[in-house]
Design a protein around this ligand. Sequence first.
Ligand SMILES: [Zn+2]
Length: 228
Amino acid sequence: MSLATLKEVLEIAERTNTAIPGFNIDNIEIPEAIMEAAEAENCPVILTIGQGAINAGGLRHLPDVVRRIAESSRVPVVMHLDHGVSYEQAITCLRAGFTSVMYDGSHHPFEENVRESQAVVRAAHAVGVSVECELGAISGVEDGISHNNTNLVDLDEMKRFISVVDCDALAIGIGNAHGIYKGIPNLDFDRLEACRNFGGPHLVLHGGSGIPEDMIKKQFLWASAKST
Ligand SMILES: [Zn+2]
């Protein structure tokens, strides 16, 4: 099948009451293992190209790799930019054929994050590509880039953000962190429930690898529970 957009697979998640996994890829071998597992589970998958891969020149070949994988895949595959750093980078990825781009302005002042996110959404939606934004910086190290300021998403800011930024998905900080956790993660489930109750875009959990399975399940139940 051809590449799917993030919006399309999130609609599948909504219908089937599931979460869609996203994995960073840096080479051509890792996606093979991911696809083997995704097809075995009959689960759509998000293949994300991050800043580490891009800095290593990954935009030269990884988009072609992901496109070919999608063509021969039995499950929907999304080609996604992870933690996009600028409007310009989002445009580069639109041209390279991505079907989803993340713009991460969480480390910028709120108004700047809103402004840049709006610009990325406008450009991406014009060509049918989905957008993920971020609020509340997610700490830890990802792709060799460290984000040290753990920042729980501010509920008032989230309300304001989703009222003016028409993104398809929103990554929020609830105590989750990239990379290896030093101990058991301390996740703010009440905050997650409050975010879900806003009824805005789909929520994205970054730094899921080190979160214990029971917390992932609890988190997913909270995140996917319908607001009433
Ligand atoms: Zn991340």
